[in-house]
Write a protein that binds this ligand. Sequence first.
Ligand code: ADP
Length: 483
Amino acid sequence: MTEVDPRWYQDLVELAPDAAVLIDSEGRIVLVNQQTERLFGYPRQELIGQRVEVLVPERFRRRHTVHRDGYFGEPKMRGMGTGVELSGLRKDGTEFPVEISLSPLRTAQGLFATASIRDASERRRAQQKFKDLLETAPDAMIILDAGGVIRLVNAQAERLFGYQRESLTGKPVEILVPERLRDRHAGHRANYFHSPKVRGMGAGLELAGRRKDGSEFPIEISLSPLQTEDGLWATAAVRDITERKAVEHKLARYTEDLERSNHDLGQFAYVASHDLRAPLRSLMSFSQLLRRRYGAQLDSGALEYLGFIEESAQSMQQLIDDLLAFSRIGQGEPEQAEVDFESLLAEIKHRLAGLIAERGVVITQDPLPCLRGTRHELGQLLQNLIGNAIKFQPGADPKVHIGVRREGDFWSFSVRDQGIGIAPEHQERIFKIFQRLHTSDQYEGSGVGLAVCEKIVRRHGGRIWVESAAGEGSTFHFTLPAA
Ligand code: ADP
C-alpha cells in the first residue's frame, strides 16, 4: 500500500489515461481528474463531496454501497465486478458501459480508494458483435479460457447440452464431458493451451458429450485459439454426429452383408462351373468314344445327332470357362501396379496377330497413358473391347480406333469401330452377363465379355458405357482414375 498525501495525488491522476475517482472510506468523492469530468459530464466541484454512487445507475446503488464497504474491509488492487457488465451514469442521466479497476491508497488522513474507470462502449460493442456472430454459427460453440472455464456459449450449445446459458458460463467445461473421460479431458485441454492451433479434437478417438440429464451422445469438435484481452481462450465448435454415426453403422452393415452375399455368389458360380466341368468332360469323351468305336455302325442321321451333342458340349465348355473367368475377377485384393497402356496394347495386338492378319484389321490409337491398376484385368478389358470391335465388323478391313482423353481426375478411353452398331434399347443390357443380341450362328460368343469389362472397370473405380446407333458403328467408353 502506498503512503501518499491526497493533495499531491491530484497532479498524478491528471496524468492517468483513464478517468480516476478518489473516494474516502465513507464512499465520498475526494478528487477526480479531467477525464472523469469529460466521461461523466460533471464539473468537478459538483462531484467533490458527493457519494460515488451518483456515478452509478440508480438500480445498482444499494448493491454498490455494500460492495464498497466490503472493499474497504479488504482493500487490494483488483478489477471491479469480474464477469459482471458494469455501467456508469452521466449527469444527463444516460448510462454507458464501463470497466473499473480499484486500488487502495493509505494516507495520513486514512484509507482511500482510487477507481480508474474506462468507457467500455467500444469493447462491449465488439463483444456483442462477436456474440451475435457466435449465434449465427451452425454448430454449438463453446468458448473457454485457459483454465477450462466456460466463458461464452451460443443458443445451439444450450440446446445441444440441455443447459441454460447461465448454468454453463463460469463452469468448468468438463461438465459437458462424460464422467469417465473427464480426467483425460482436463489433461488434453492443458496440452492444447500449450500449443494452440486450429484443429479437430481427438483425431481417431470417439468423442462424446454429456447432456444435463446425464445422457451421452457422439460428437465431433474443432478447436481454434482465440486471443482476447483477458488472455488466450479457445473456441470449440461441437457437432452432434448421432445421425451420421447411425447412417455409417447402417452403411457398414449393408456393405458387410453385400460383401458376404457377393462373395457367396462368386463362390457359388466358381464351384458350380468348376463342378460342371467333370460331367461335361465325360459327356464329350463318351460321345467321342461312341463315334470312334461304333461310328461305322451308325447311319448318317445318328452321326449328325452325335455332332450336335459334341457341339453343344463344346459351347457349354466355353460358357463354363467364361463363367469361371468372370467369377475369378475380383477374388482377392486387386494388385495395384503402374500399367503402361502402350505396352498393354502391343501385347494384345501380338496375341490377336493371327486374327488381325486374317481379317486385315487396321488399329489406330492416341498416345496411351500409364495408370495404376491390375495389369491382367486391364489387358482383358481392352482385349474384349477390341475383340468385339473386330467381331462385329463383318466387312473387309475392319477399323478400330483407341482414343483417350484426360477428364479431371480420370482418363476417359474409347474403343471405336465401324461395325453393325447397337440399338439404343439394348445399350444397357449388353453389360449384363449372358446378354447377347445375336445367336451363335451369326456371331460366336457367350455374352460374358462385356460383363467382365464392366466388373473390371467398376473394380478400378471407373464406369463403362456405349454410344452407338444400329448400323453406324459403336464407341465403347470407359473411365479409369488417373491417380
Ligand atoms: P459376346 O461378344 O460373347 O456375345 P459380349 O458381352 O462381349 O458377349 O457382348 C454382348 C453383346 O453386345 C454381343 O453379343 C453383341 O450383341 C453386343 N456387342 C458387343 N460389342 C459390340 C460391338 N462392338 N458392336 C456391336 N455389338 C456389340
